[in-house]
Design a protein around this ligand. Structure first.
Ligand SMILES: [Zn+2]
Length: 388
């Protein structure tokens, strides 16, 4: 299974992209480091009848009139990423109050919350899809280059948190601030952000429930490393998030058993360039306890390797004997264990929760009743323990 994301957002109304010969005057309109805190996934489309950006590449979509600076997730957006005034000017328009967690492209929703700034050289800059109630300026305010004016979000016609930045000359036509052999001869940036088409991984992980793209966008993947699954989990899920996926690239996912056997493999071949790409895949619970790993290859080269453990749950007969067969005076969750002792903690229905050995710290658990399986060399006993 795999999905992709195309970021959207543009001004309504057609206009021609213009060749410009002007003095560079723009600073980067989002805080952070290009390629780390944000990725530029769409540039202005210079093609009349197909798609190409200023470098003759595919980092755009048909009719796109701005530059999209995308964050890695809604969780990242919630941390607060500033939109910055690209140059000195005066705020001429603001719109606020629009819902800012859109995940579907609806063209009619337009720019969402946005700001327009007029600059002394007759240029106008637009900052779109802003976070609701994050706008720090009002109409008539004077701003300086680099001033925080709002935060990045996903209001309007937007699928992921991103800043759509758009540049107009005298309200007459759209201008691409970048330069390249398929675009303008000179940039309007004082220091243009790099044009980067390289492949990279933004993030990856595992989860014990089936995933979908909106859960990934929200990073509703609460499992933490080290990943430990119970053999009562029905699926094992792997996900990853990339930039720079190219037409013809092959992603291969390989699941390896504790005895290093290839348990399952699958290839996905890209049918086009994807500049912001979510991937996820799962296998049914294989029922083999031990130390597993899942690996992702791109074009035959390993890019990610994630170890994980499957723990064996208690079966019904083990649950039935779980009364007082251990020394019930010992608190096996807290007291130091001998090197030969191991304690596995399960829910009352036998689902593995956590394990402890002589080198592990005391276990803190949510309130409730648990089943403990205590092993000392060959001897195994069970007991139920209440956690208050
Ligand atoms: Zn855009």
């Amino acid at each position: 299974m795999m999905r992709y994301v195309v970021l959207l957002g543009f001004l309504v109304g057609a206009s021609l992209i213009h060749q410009v010969h002007a003095q560079a005057f723009l600073g980067v309109p989002v805080s952070g480091v290009n390629g780390k805190d944000y990725h530029i996934v769409n540039y202005v489309d210079w093609s009349i009848d197909s798609i190409h950006d200023h470098q003759c590449g595919s980092k755009s979509y048909d009719g796109h009139q701005g530059t999209d600076f995308v964050l890695r997730s809604f969780a990242h957006m919630d941390s607060g990423v500033n939109v910055l005034a690209a140059a000195n000017g005066v705020v001429t328009f603001i719109k606020d109050g629009v819902f800012d967690r859109e995940k579907e492209s609806v063209i009619a929703k337009g720019l969402g919350n946005y700001i327009c700034i007029a600059h002394p050289n007759k240029y106008y800059t637009y900052y779109a899809h802003l976070k609701k109630n994050s706008l720090k300026v009002k109409v008539g305010d004077t701003v300086k280059m680099g001033d925080p004016i709002a935060e990045v979000a996903s209001s309007g016609n937007s699928t992921d948190p991103h800043l759509h930045f758009e540049l107009w000359y005298d309200s007459l036509y759209v201008v691409d601030p970048f330069s390249g052999r398929c675009g303008n001869a000179e940039p309007l940036w004082l220091a243009a952000p790099d044009y980067d088409t390289s492949f990279a991984t933004i993030d990856y992980g595992m989860h014990d429930e089936l995933l979908n793209i909106n859960r990934l966008r929200e990073r509703e993947v609460t499992m933490q490393r080290p990943y430990v699954f119970s053999d009562k989990d029905t699926t094992l899920n792997f996900w990853s998030h990339h930039v720079g996926m190219r037409l013809g690239d092959t992603l291969s996912i390989n699941w390896y058993t504790p005895s290093n056997q290839l348990h399952f493999t699958y290839d996905f071949i890209m049918q086009q360039d994807w500049w912001y790409y979510y991937f996820w895949s799962y296998i049914p619970q294989p029922g083999i306890a031990g130390a597993w790993r899942v690996e992702l290859e791109r074009n035959g080269k390993n890019i990610l390797s994630q170890p994980f453990t499957i723990e064996k749950d208690l079966n019904v007969s083990e649950l039935q004997v779980a009364s007082q067969s251990c020394n019930s005076k010992t608190n096996y969750l807290v007291t130091p264990l001998s090197v030969t002792e191991r304690v596995d903690v399960y829910t009352l229905s036998g689902k593995w929760v956590q394990s402890r050995t002589s080198t592990s710290d005391a276990i803190k658990l949510p309130q409730g009743l648990y089943v403990l399986r205590v092993q000392d060399n060959e001897n195994v006993c069970y007991l139920k323990q209440q956690v208050f």
